[in-house]
Ligand binder design. Sequence first.
Ligand code: PLP
Length: 416
Amino acid sequence: MKGRFSLSYINNNFLKLRSNYIFPEIIRRTKIHKEKNPKLKIINLGIGDVTQPLPLVVIDGMHKAVDEMYDMTTFRGYGPEEGYDFLKSAIANQDYNSRNIKFSLEEIFINDGINIDASSILEMFSRDNKIGILNPTYPVYENASVIYGYNGVQDENGYWSDIHYINCTEENGFVPEIPKEKLDIIYLCFPNNPTGVVISRDELKKWVDYAQQNDSIILYDAAYEAFVSSENVPRSIYEIENSKNVAIEFRSFSKNAGFTGIRCGFTVVPKELKGRTKENQSVCLQSVWQERQQRKTNGISYVTQRAAESVYTKEGQRQVANLVDSYMKNAIFIKNCMESLGFKVFGGVDAPYVWIKLKNRLSSWDFFDNLLFNIGIVGTPGIGFGHAGEGYFRLSAFCNHEDTKEAMTRIIHFLS
Ligand code: PLP
């Protein structure tokens, strides 16, 4: 049967994704440099992955759950598709109730991290909707819009004709301005990746008001909420009054508790949130998403959910806070070092990313090459997050402290 190929039609949208994804190119250039300089220690401040091991409390929670799986009386098979109540209760009580936000357990859906839901959530909607994404942006929202066919045609800068790009620029401090036109679905992400910028309660309220006035839905990615320490910065969109009928929120244990490899997060779909049919019939999106989960998933592993539950114990909260603090020390350190070199810097205060404005109109790939090929430091060119990221460079605080110090020493020496 050699040479025979399937004639099934594919979803062409997948082929459209390839052109602007820079991360394989970062890996390729880094690999080439490493091969040429095998003794050089390359330090990676480009990654959004965590580097510190899991908190002990999480390991203990997992061990206990593993032991339960070996006992006939406590063994678990398939769990509830939407997640176990023990974890959903911990989330409802500690993430929301403690801030006076009430959710029933049916409104919380446990998943294997934000990415899957931030993308598949679009399955609930019709392609007639106009999607808005921030520019620059974490790539998943644009990729999802393309995979599900919300995109149209691409121009020479990589922008899609049917996606509305909400520009975040130096002038607006990378906090997006309210669009003049009507958008149906808007992806917001705060604290932001890549810019590390946060949104104040007053600014976020403007978005909630906009969504109310335009019958829009906000898809709010709060992956980095645990890094917020400033008083006037919301950790959840639901801290804003009247947001339950306009917003879906995504949260994750990846960055606060080091679950990037374990995989666990959750999506909140409030019962107040409504969509409509073409016949103008109102539909509760919580029940649509519940239906979707029940038809498409068999849930997240029991051991993983017990691990996530342990984050909410008193000791878990203490250990997670220590982890977050240790990354934030790096963020502040990177920010201060780059500012001491005369760069204009965004982020790094309530977020583990530092967004650096490059000098002399240097392109972000040129700056990348300068750092990699001269001093063995890897960062992320801003262009990887969309055209508006050109001229900027992202450094991440997720490295260990010693390597971060070493990297910044090399950068200061090289650029002074
Ligand atoms: N959302 C944002 C803004 C991110 O930066 C990341 C990871 O870097 C994710 C979501 C992915 O989160 P998860 O590991 O929960 O899929």
